[in-house]
Design a protein around this ligand. Structure first.
Ligand code: SAM
Length: 249
């Protein structure tokens, strides 16, 4: 993942979700998270390290890993915090029926553009912590680069478990991007939104091991929780080795 952003010092701008980009004191941690990603959405894919470009070898390896970890297509898959739809669109290309949610309308606008109207992926505004879909409606729930910026992980994961059919799988892809403490190297406007108070609501942001993630997944009721590093998915411009944590309902 890449933190460089080309948006300079934002003034008081309001995004399509009504979130003021120069945040008021009463803004919640999630308001800050959503405002940051909304601000960078138009340039998200332009920065190396955020998403491998379609057709690249790395893109192909992401498709292989997803295919290996999911049942045969078509199945119903939910992509949480889809951003510009990187995972959602690979899943659709693999033949799955995809629902993808994000809290940033700006990210979803980019995802819709990238989807070019294909009918097998539905993008919706929604909170990954409280997804509003019917229980038991998915064969798999997937997310990439969400865990580090996720509030209330045990509560969220138990909601994800509810959404799965029996034996459905949860796949969480992420990396340890931030070390154990904030760094002076982090650029604006990232620091303006990922404040001390925002970070205190994101239990995995400064995690450097999968242990707390595995513990949260087990506390949420997942069985057969396992993890592995994915060096084959390393994008050297992103600066860390991705990992996958997997659980079964
Ligand atoms: C680092 S980006 C990852 C986007 C995409 N999954 C990818 O792999 O490129 C993080 C995304 O999470 C979204 N997000 C953060 N918290 C969320 C929440 N609680 N519910 C839904 N989306 C959320 C942000 O809006 C942003 O699009």
């Amino acid at each position: 993942m890449q933190l460089r952003v080309s948006t300079g010092g934002a003034g008081n701008r309001v995004n399509k979700s009504g979130v003021e980009l120069s945040m008021a004191d009463e803004a919640t941690p999630q308001d800050h998270v959503t405002a940051f990603w909304s601000m960078v959405a138009p340039d998200y894919e332009a920065h190396r390290g955020n998403v491998p470009s379609r057709g690249s070898a790395l893109y192909g390896r992401w498709a292989e890993i997803l295919a290996q970890n999911l049942g045969p297509a078509p199945s119903n898959v939910l992509d949480l915090a889809t951003g510009t739809g990187f995972i959602a669109l690979i899943l659709a290309e693999l033949g799955h029926r995809v629902t993808a949610i994000d809290l940033s309308a700006e990210m979803l606008a980019q995802a819709l553009k990238a989807a070019g109207g294909r009918p097998d992926v539905r993008f919706e505004l929604g909170d990954a912590v409280e997804p509003a879909m019917p229980a038991g409606s998915f064969d798999a729930v997937v997310n990439r680069h969400l865990l580090w910026t996720l509030r209330e992980p045990v509560h969220a994961m138990s909601k994800w478990r509810d959404l799965l059919r029996p034996s459905g799988v949860l796949l969480c892809f992420d990396g340890f991007w931030f070390g154990s403490a904030p760094s002076d190297e982090e650029p604006e406007p990232f620091r303006r939104h990922y404040t001390t108070s925002t970070r205190s609501a994101l239990p995995f942001m400064h995690s450097t091991s999968v242990e707390p993630i595995i513990a949260a997944m087990e506390e949420a009721g997942f069985a057969h929780v396992s993890w592995r590093d994915l060096p084959e998915l390393t994008d050297y411009s992103a600066g860390t080795t991705p990992y996958l944590v997997r659980g079964v309902k």
